[in-house]
Design a protein around this ligand. Structure first.
Ligand code: NAP
Length: 258
């Protein structure tokens, strides 16, 4: 996707994957600085571990607690995170721009959940409930990442009891991902007709949870648009010659951002 974009824009850049062992991450980052790369992406399992090896990490990535994009700003490596905004753009497209009146339930409190929750909180939502198999992680996410929205960590049975109250339910867990496609993160029995069910999983494109929700009258959205958007945002960020770093946040990250 990135190389295709370089070609279409007539830019003499090249995007290359490298499989970096955890114990050689610092050397890999130093090597990229020596080579003078314009920037790079970081993915699982290095999104958190890369942070101490960078010169700076912007506020958004700090709040999320992970980096997926690194920009070379005249020799200074700056870590950013486009996962949450990639998700936000996809969600806005699916439900319309304004989320300030939406009651949201998020299932899961792992790495992807942090990006989603922090970004929704900054953008402006009515309330966020988080349910996770390990409750402690939901509480930590709220304490470290949420600043503006009324947010609670709740059990799965509390979530089921409140199901009719939610406008949007987001699955950020890996439950239902291939090859375990028969599993569901939460029952859809008590959802309201017209609720938005949003699954971060894109393999399969339609999880069992989305398929069952659709039968109950839900509107559904898979994780593909988030995946494409986070890559497109990283692309915009990587080279100062065709982007203006910082402009995106000022223009589009939302109403709560100070
Ligand atoms: P992660 O950090 O390992 O978090 C996994 C989450 O799933 C945790 O909340 C974990 O609960 C929960 N979980 C795992 N197995 C479970 C089970 N059997 N029962 C209940 N809960 C379970 O992983 P991640 O990086 O956040 O990724 C999560 C999912 O998001 C993956 O499917 C990934 O493909 C997807 N994703 C999509 C995009 C995109 O662009 N669309 C981007 C990133 C991630 P505990 O805390 O209790 O362990």
């Amino acid at each position: 996707m990135i190389n295709d974009a370089f070609d279409r824009m007539g830019l003499a850049h090249y995007y290359q994957r490298f499989d970096v062992p955890a114990d050689r991450l610092k050397e890999a980052v130093d090597g990229m600085k020596a080579l003078g790369v314009s920037g790079f992406n970081v993915t699982v399992p290095h999104k958190v571990a890369v942070m101490p090896h960078l010169d700076a990490v912007d506020e958004e990535a700090k709040s999320i607690g992970a980096v997926n994009t690194v920009i070379n700003d005249n020799g200074t490596f700056i870590g950013r995170n486009t996962d949450g905004r990639g998700y936000l753009l996809a969600l806005q497209e699916a439900v319309g721009g304004n989320l300030s009146h939406k009651n949201i339930l998020m299932i899961g409190a792992g790495g992807a959940a942090r990006g989603v929750a922090v970004t929704l909180d900054r953008f402006g939502i009515r309330c966020l409930d988080i349910t996770n198999r390990t409750m402690e992680k939901a509480n930590t996410l709220i304490t470290n990442g949420i600043r503006y929205s009324p947010t609670r960590a709740i059990t799965s049975s509390e979530a089921i009891d409140h199901m009719h109250h939610y406008d949007i339910i987001i699955n950020t867990t890996s439950v239902g991902m291939s090859p375990h496609t028969k599993e569901m993160p939460l029952s859809v029995d008590h959802i309201s007709s017209g609720v938005m069910l949003s699954d971060l999983i894109y393999n399969p494109l339609e999880t069992k949870w989305l398929a069952e929700g659709k039968k109950q009258g839900a509107i559904t959205m898979n994780g593909l648009d988030m995946f494409i958007n986070q890559g497109a945002l990283a692309f915009e960020n990587v080279d100062g010659r065709f982007s203006k770093p910082g402009t995106y946040e000022r223009n589009r990250v939302g109403s709560n951002e100070k």
